[in-house]
Write a protein that binds this ligand. Sequence first.
Ligand code: UD1
Length: 386
Amino acid sequence: MSKVIKIISVVGARPNFMKISPFINQINNHNACSDIRINHLLVHTGQHYDDKMSNVFFEQLGIPKADINLGIGSGSHAEQVGKTMISFEKVLKNESPDWVIVVGDVNATLACSVTAKKLNIKVCHIESGLRSRDELMPEEVNRLVTDRISDLLLTPDMISFDNLLNEGISSEKIKFVGNIMIDTLDAQINKARNINLNNIIKNNLINKQDHILNSENIPFGLITLHRPSNVDILEVLQPVVRFFLDEVVNDYLLIWPIHPRTKKKLIDFNLWNEVLNCKKIIILNPISYQEMLKLNLEASIMFTDSGGLQEECTVLGTPCLTLRYNTERPITLFENGGASILTGNKIKDIKSNLNKIINKNIIPSRPKYWDGKTAYRCLNAIMKFK
Ligand code: UD1
């Protein structure tokens, strides 16, 4: 009888979906041609639950429907982590997997890695070793705890590899495999190129219909903001919004697919109607992966606080202003060959860096092993683990 290995992979929130899709494809490839069978189950914690924050990614990236959905939903960090742990423990007791695979840095990553570890189940962390050194970020806490207890740590670059070594983690547990998100980017880019820009706007528009683009050739900037440090504080969010409304729109049309957290805060702070009524800002509902890729391909400039977009901008060569004071992804910074400049969230710094970056020659760049083959190296590392 051939050997069977049981693996549970976990997803919880939007940025997890593009990381798990190539891994599941790789398992299917493996099962088609190996004597060792992988019995795989996908668990969705349900932290992100909307069609637009979750289902559309499953459909577009060909991710099979989750075998188990924990239905955790919104809540404080403790509520999300606590509820996930309680539910996931039951799943693990029923299923007794050999491995639990977690990706990224969201609350599901933390909750499920700790739960598995306490049941003596091996944990593999994909996208390990990223460090912002800012423990006020919930994601940094998630990264630190998950990496400390994981049995196999798979890093996207050598900076992350060295971070883990410097924290005293044994080199035998760490493997540099590359960036799994770029596997998804490579798999989806041709479909993205063929999408019509105006259709993205028409299909997702929140403002009135007269915000539709008349031409595909208008230079535009793309905005994505969702970090609590940028959107939860009126004194931070208001000047940033004013800067977009009063200044940036003089040079660029702006397209802003809005995260639910950010929309809620704009409403709470009485800024929502003003943003919606500005003729030069196109406000969209959260968009699909391919739609975001298309907008990124066409954008003249990106304003973001997302980690994943810093990476995608680097590979696509889109000038990227990152409205943060630190990044867990220093390999994406201009001084390290990437496309991103850290601006923080003070207007004078965003403005001066905007002037700087548009005069720089940003070209597409691929750090080592950002080659579309990372999922293969991930599964290989798991299968060879002793
Ligand atoms: C989470 C992740 C963050 C990731 C981001 C991407 C953690 C700690 N944070 O932050 O790392 O970059 O996702 O999106 O895990 N909401 C909806 N519909 C949904 C999901 C959420 O309306 O499908 C609402 C929630 O009710 C909540 C807000 O959006 O009010 C924020 O959701 P939350 O799960 O707290 O985390 P994010 O800010 O999205």
